[in-house]
Ligand binder design. Sequence first.
Ligand code: GUN
Ligand code: FE
Length: 452
Amino acid sequence: MTENKLVFVGIIISSKSLSELSVHNGYIAVDYGKITKLGTESEYEQLKKEGVFDSYKVVKMSSDLFLMPGFVDCHTHAAQFPNIGLGLDLPLLEWLNKYTFPLENQYGDIKYAASIYNKVVRSLLINGTTTASYFASIHLGGTLQLAQSVINNHQRAFVGKVSMNIENDAGYYNETKKDLEETENFIKAVLDYKNDLVQPIISPRFAVSCDSALMAGLSELSDKYECRIQSHISENVDEIKHVLNTFPCCKHYTDVYDQCRILNQRCIMAHAVHLSMEETATLANRGVSIAHCPASNTRLMSGLCPVRKYLESGVVVGLGTDVAGGDNATILDAMRRTMDVSAHLELMGQSGSALSWSEVFYLATLGGAKALKLDHKIGSFEVGKEFDALLINVYETNGPIVKFGPTYNTPQERALHLLQKFIYVGDDRNIAHVYVKGHKVKDVLEDISLLN
Ligand code: GUN
Ligand code: FE
């Protein structure tokens, strides 16, 4: 028996699309990180009889457990974790200048960077985030520490060295040539790690911190290395005014990035709270995804992002925690806040806006994988995909979920109740195992058989 060959038997839940959940009582076999077989419980019994699983470690889940895909956080700032919960009574641009830039400026200290980043990556994994897209800081050495932490802890991630060349009070910016050189060196260094879970992502902060020469240079690097690119767009009304004043030849915020050739299929933009229909259509046409960050949009009073409108316009949307603008680093929280913000839009008269628990489950898993262009590898359970998964123990004794009394008519009904309870009420205590590419990175339930 080897941990490289695993079979899980029990309730398995994943999304097929925004409107379709897959819930089945069956099995999933994983060989060296990849899903090799899926089927019903009786098919499992038959194969077991034939000895097919003799060399596998079998995880039999009791009826209070289920397996689901790992969470995808499409946007967070690893460097900002020490500020979580601070200064959220300021609007975006003041918050950045007063709290964020001075903190990020400390990551020139490699030891400091290493200690914070290791904690960040561990904390995300414990909370079920198997894939993250990170902004770090403007420092090459410090950001490589984040890539190392991701590798050491076996997370799947995009890691971005932040690019900025516009002066600010904190003195936190680079000269253009230096930034482009360091970004290229960062990309090469991460590619040289030859680790298939970690990839570099080009990260122009936003059009307030970057001029068009820097953004055009970064776009060339993105083409040269076929590298992903991430930034912020249209988050806050004052930010939009500032950008339009700085780039008077551009029709709107989206046009600024478009003219710098930032917008392509490898690009993901955070926030997008205040886009016009024309801007939305441009993002859809260019294949740009949106990372929806409800916690930070609310805390910094940026606005209510119309996610349903974007989805209906053909834009791919995933969820982001956006720490430290966001005050919670977990995707469970992002799911709940996505439901809340969308419900508030509906209550304010935007009919059809509200997103359901099963829709936010999609956004947190397969939607996020699509937004990061990783859905060929992760986001749901299909033969050939890599096994990034969470084993959820719904009624964990010390956890927050109270057992549901009545009996169920069907196993399907029971599974849907378990999933809903986890989405609305669960926390890290309910996340018993976390797997990234078949590798167990969290285990608070050594002996599953105890629960049988
Ligand atoms: N826009 C530019 N930088 C940032 C950041 O660090 N956080 C948020 N929320 N918005 C930004
Ligand atoms: Fe952000």
